[in-house]
Design a protein around this ligand. Structure first.
Ligand SMILES: [Zn+2]
Length: 373
């Protein structure tokens, strides 16, 4: 889902991806930890001169282990989500930690356990490092001791920080789920968003007063994240009454594979359409062709070229009975203009962005009618 990221490995079938911003933060962490290694040693009760490794090498090791911990935190979320029947598409490690992408995010599920699993993992893992492994590490090299201590400390911090109800943080999601047990999901999201924004403002002010750039950045991300989540839920709510079949254009004109480019252009001109589904001789949907595909041809392409040779636009299908919100997400994620509505291999219609937007108007009308005496 995130562009500019690469898959580094798969854990239990879940791809773990690195976003390009991860490199930035990795470098930043190496510098910060490397420069503060003396202070960290003090915290851990280690004499600085006992450390033998280069401070920046320790910084690099700690930064990598920290991101490994974040990946494990996200995996904890993912495993609980999966046990509740939610499919996890991927985990992306980026600027401010990790994000687990769920396929049906936004189902009004009770997220309490799912949201709690990550911080719980971080707290337990941190406590294990500090209280079980650290006494052993203390008998080893000072460098190992330091790594175990700081990793434990950071995991505990991560656990508590994520539990703050700064929606859309884990704690914020727990808060929303608890509120949603008493009111509507949208209303719960609205309240959790306000709390999240309040935290963002608080973090922003504190970050500004103490010159803490990282906190300002976090404040910014919480604010944006909360706003986006809320808007997402408003849209979802507006679409909740509709299925694809309610808004699709059922009467679709199609073209055949063996039609020529010249005939297609003529048809486009006459019907003022810029895209057509392409059918084979058994009227099965095989692709689609748009004006863009025609424009991409060189000037010397003969007008007698069959459409089957040039059709290019990505065929993204959906079923008539699918929820409109699902269609909306599919359209946005694939970044295409239209979805082909297909049932039992047969083309039933087309759903465009403007068809989807009709849902807004219809919903507004419904609300008006409901409000009328
Ligand atoms: Zn989390």
């Amino acid at each position: 889902m995130f562009k500019n990221s690469v898959t580094i490995l798969h854990v239990a079938g879940i791809p773990i991806r690195l976003h390009i911003s991860f490199l930035l933060i990795l470098g930043f962490l190496v510098l910060v930890i490397g420069n503060n290694i003396g202070a960290i040693a003090d915290m851990a009760g280690i004499a600085g001169e006992e450390l033998t490794a280069n401070p920046f090498l320790l910084g690099l090791i700690l930064a990598i282990l920290l991101f490994t911990s974040i990946a494990l935190h996200e995996l904890a979320h993912s495993f609980v989500a999966r046990s509740q029947g939610i499919e996890i598409r991927e985990i992306t490690l980026m600027l401010l930690g990790g994000v687990a992408q769920m396929r049906n995010e936004g189902d009004d599920k009770d997220e309490v356990w799912m949201a709690f699993a990550g911080p719980l993992f971080s707290l337990v893992f941190g406590a294990l490092l500090l209280y079980a492994v650290r006494p052993l590490a203390a008998r080893m090299m000072a460098d190992v001791h330091l790594v175990v201590y700081y990793l434990g400390f950071m995991n505990i911090f991560l656990g508590f920080f994520n539990l703050l109800p700064a929606f859309p943080s884990d704690g914020g999601r727990i808060l929303r789920s608890l509120i949603a047990r008493r009111t509507s999901y949208l209303q719960a999201t609205r309240i959790a968003t306000s709390v999240g924004k309040a935290f963002a403002i608080l973090f922003g002010v504190v970050g500004f007063v103490y010159g803490h750039l990282f906190l300002i950045l976090i404040a910014f991300f919480i604010y944006i994240g909360a706003t986006q989540e809320y808007q997402f839920n408003v849209v979802k709510d507006a679409f909740s009454d509709f299925r694809v079949r309610d808004l699709m254009t059922a009467d679709v004109s199609t073209v055949t594979q063996d039609m020529t480019v010249a005939e297609l252009l003529e048809l486009m001109h006459r019907e003022r359409h810029s895209g057509y589904p392409v059918m084979d001789d058994q009227s099965r949907l095989v692709g689609c062709v748009t004006l863009h595909d025609v424009r991409a041809l060189g000037d010397d392409t003969p007008g007698s070229t069959p459409i089957g040779d040039i059709m290019n636009c990505e065929l993204i299908t959906i079923r008539p009975q699918d929820e409109l919100f699902y269609a909306f997400k599919k359209l946005s994620e694939a970044d295409v203009g239209r979805l082909m509505v297909v049932e039992d291999g047969q083309l039933r219609g087309i759903l465009t962005r403007s068809d989807i937007m009709k849902a807004y108007r219809l919903r507004a009308l419904q609300d008006l009618r409901r409000a009328a005496p």
